[in-house]
Design a binder for this molecule. Structure first.
Ligand SMILES: Cc1cc2nc3c(=O)[nH]c(=O)nc-3n(C[C@H](O)[C@H](O)[C@H](O)COP(=O)(O)OP(=O)(O)OC[C@H]3O[C@@H](n4cnc5c(N)ncnc54)[C@H](O)[C@@H]3O)c2cc1C
Length: 420
């Protein structure tokens, strides 16, 4: 039975306050595993939950079970540095990610849940003439794709991030850069919780601590899964398991062109507001922002070796702290509060895979690598479309698994480099 959704509003807040905040209903229903569902989604991260929500909302398919082996949002969705943007180079990627950003712009209203979207701009730093040249190509490509981008000179960069070291002796000289003003950050937990709440209200079952261990196949078709809570049958099954996609593909009997790496991030102790934009230095792989709580958030490049250990290597940690402090020497006395990593699913062209697998009845959404948080709305929207209709959504058409056979890669890895 669908939950009755309590509409969050100033009035409900007041009512909650008057009752001492003791009567808030749970935001979503912790469901028990059914024996059968129309659709099973493996993975309760942002992509899995958004898929369930759009299956129910856009396609009227509400008999959906989201199976999450841990807790929802406990994978990369709750581990990322929360940057949203659509500054890609190729038209296929620009269309996909800008649709996502547009959905993000209306998501708090749509979900009736504050996802704390903050369009504080993303500034890419150019440290050399070569960076300046490639950034003007990049910004021009964005404009040709209908996405606003602004080339910045040195003074404009300094104006947007006054804490940057712009002195003549700076170890990483800043010669200019470019900005996407609509880019920024959103609260990652809120995105997972908002989708979970809205999906649950439409009748979706969210089942935590439920690990998929095997597929049930009949006549070559996938017809269900075996979990630690028993067997669940379904007409269609979607995988949205990020860094563990190839492990699950192996259970089903096919291989994915995905390599899993640890990607790490860290935050300092909280300080007063000092940085109100996101600063990314593609030359070093470091990027820096300040969270709403005041922590300085540092993001990094991938670890250089495949791994499922959610720790992150010391070498990358050291390189990223060194780069961030070269950019912002004023942060050098901050205490590091937390460091963590997530396992990301990297595809050779750094573009996602959204569509059918070689196994009938089984579909996959993966390959978002280091940059799938910003893509949660569009990943869910397009994955729900293929699960509901059996046909690829126009935005997802170029991102099929078969591109690795036809060679029609969308090589954002080579084009726009670091992909957070
Ligand atoms: C440190 C870091 C920084 C990042 N920064 C950014 C950023 O700034 N911007 C951006 O756009 N992206 C960023 N990303 C990438 C982004 O977080 C991911 O691409 C995105 O969250 C993927 O979402 P998902 O729902 O596919 O995966 P996840 O959130 O990882 O969800 C997959 C879920 O599948 C579950 N699962 C796995 N195996 C099974 C099984 N057998 N049975 C049941 N469940 C299973 C897992 O427990 C997990 O909860 C970052 C990632 C990391 C790690």
């Amino acid at each position: 039975m669908p939950d009755k959704l309590l509409k969050y509003s100033a009035w409900s807040l007041l009512r909650g306050a008057l009752s001492g905040h003791r009567n808030w209903p749970p935001a979503w229903r912790d469901a028990t595993p059914p024996a059968k569902a129309d659709v099973i989604i493996i993975g309760g991260g942002g992509h899995g939950l958004a898929t369930a929500y759009y299956l129910a909302k856009n396609h009227g398919i509400t008999d959906v079970a989201v199976l999450e082996r841990g807790w929802i949002g406990g994978g990369n969705t709750g581990r990322n540095t929360t940057i949203v943007r659509s500054n890609y180079l190729f038209p296929e990627s620009a269309r996909l990610y800008d649709f996502s950003l547009k959905l993000y712009e209306g998501l708090s209203q749509d979900l009736n849940f504050n996802i704390m979207l903050s369009q504080r701009a993303l500034v890419m730093l150019a440290h050399s003439r070569h960076d300046l040249d490639s950034m003007s190509r990049w910004a021009n490509a964005m404009r040709m794709n209908g996405i606003a981008a602004e080339l910045l000179n040195r003074d404009q960069v300094a104006g947007m991030a006054p804490a940057l070291d712009m002195s003549p002796t700076a170890r990483l000289p800043v010669m200019g850069g470019f900005a996407q003003r609509r880019a920024g950050t959103a609260r990652h937990d809120a995105v997972a919780w908002g989708y979970a709440r809205a999906a649950s209200a439409l009748g979706v079952r969210i089942i935590q601590n439920c690990e998929v261990r095997r597929f049930v196949q009949e006549s070559g078709k996938v017809v269900g899964v075996e979990t630690n809570h028993g067997r669940i049958r379904a007409d269609r099954i979607g995988i949205a398991a990020a860094g563990h996609s190839s492990v699950i593909a192996k259970l089903a009997g096919f291989r994915l062109p995905v390599t899993s790496y640890a990607l790490q991030a860290m935050v300092s102790e909280p300080i007063k507001p000092i940085l109100d934009t996101v600063v990314l230095s593609p030359g070093t792989g470091a990027y820096v922002s300040q969270s709403d709580k005041g922590e300085i958030v540092l993001g990094a490049m991938l670890d250089l070796f495949p791994s499922y250990a959610q720790r992150g290597s010391f070498a990358v940690k050291q390189a990223i702290i060194a780069a961030a402090l070269a950019l912002f020497p004023c942060f050098s006395r901050l205490q590091l509060l937390r460091q963590w990593a997530g396992i990301v699913d990297v595809v050779h062209d750094s573009s996602p895979i959204i569509g059918p697998t070689p196994i009938p009845g089984l579909y996959i959404n993966c390959g978002w690598g280091t940059g799938g948080f910003k893509a949660i709305p569009v990943g869910g929207w397009t994955f729900a479309h293929v699960l509901a209709t059996g046909k690829s959504h126009a935005l997802a058409e170029p991102f099929q698994l078969e591109r690795f056979m036809t060679g029609r890669l969308i090589d954002e890895a080579a084009a726009s480099g670091i992909a957070h």
